[in-house]
Design a protein around this ligand. Sequence first.
Ligand SMILES: *Cc1c(COP(=O)(O)O)cnc(C)c1O
Length: 229
Amino acid sequence: MSTIANNIAKVAARIREAAQAVGRQPATVGLLAVSKTQPASAIREAFAAGLRDFGENYLQEALEKQASLSDLPLTWHFIGPIQSNKTKAIAEHFDWVHSVDRLKIAQRLSDQRPANLPPLNICLQVNVSGEQSKSGCAPNQVQQLADAIAGLPRLKLRGLMCIPAPSDDPDEQRAAFARLRGLRDELNHELDTLSMGMSQDLEAAIAEGATFVRIGTALFGARDYGRSA
Ligand SMILES: *Cc1c(COP(=O)(O)O)cnc(C)c1O
C-alpha cells in the first residue's frame, strides 16, 4: 500500500471511531482531502484509493492541477480566502466554496456562475474564536448573511464552516465546534453541512456534528510551501 493509501486508511479509521463514539454513522462524515501544495500525482493516488472530494486554497495552483486531472471525476472545493478578482474563475471551476464570509463575494460568485453548471454549493465561513486576523464573518452576522446568500439564484447555501484557533485541549476544541453547530441550528434555513475539523481536531469536530472534515497533513504529510504556486 502506498503512503497516501495507508494514511487514508488511518484517517478513515479515526473518522469511524470518532463517529461511533457519539453514535453517528461514519458515512455521514465526508472526507475532504486538502491538497494545497501537493502535486497532481498525490491527488491521483488519493483518487485511486477512493477519495473524490479535494480542497484547494490557492486559485492558480488549483487551476493547474485541475487541468492535468480533467480525466478524473473529482469534486473540487475552494477553501481559501477569496479576493474579488478571483471570483469568476472560482465560480467556473469549483463545485463548492467553503470560505464565503461577505455578501459582495457571494453576489459575484452567483453572477459569475456559468448557466450550464448547477448552482454553486456554499458554506458561510464564521470566525468562532474571535481572532482579529482570521477570516470569517462574526457570529452575529450569520443570520443576515445566510438570508442574503440563500436568496442568490446561482448559489445553494449548504452550511457553515470554521477554522478555530488551534488548541491541544479537546474540551476547547469541542467548544468552538459546538458554537458553529449552535449557529447552524438557530438559522431558519435547512442546512445539511458543517465543514469543520482538520488533522489535529477531527475527533472533536465529529463529536459536534461535522459533515465534512478537511484533512491535509494526515493524508499527504507535511506541506512544503516552497513548492507551492
Ligand atoms: C490547510 C487547511 C486544512 C487542512 O489542514 P491540516 O491541518 O493539514 O489537516 C483545512 N482547512 C483549511 C481551510 C485549510 O486551509
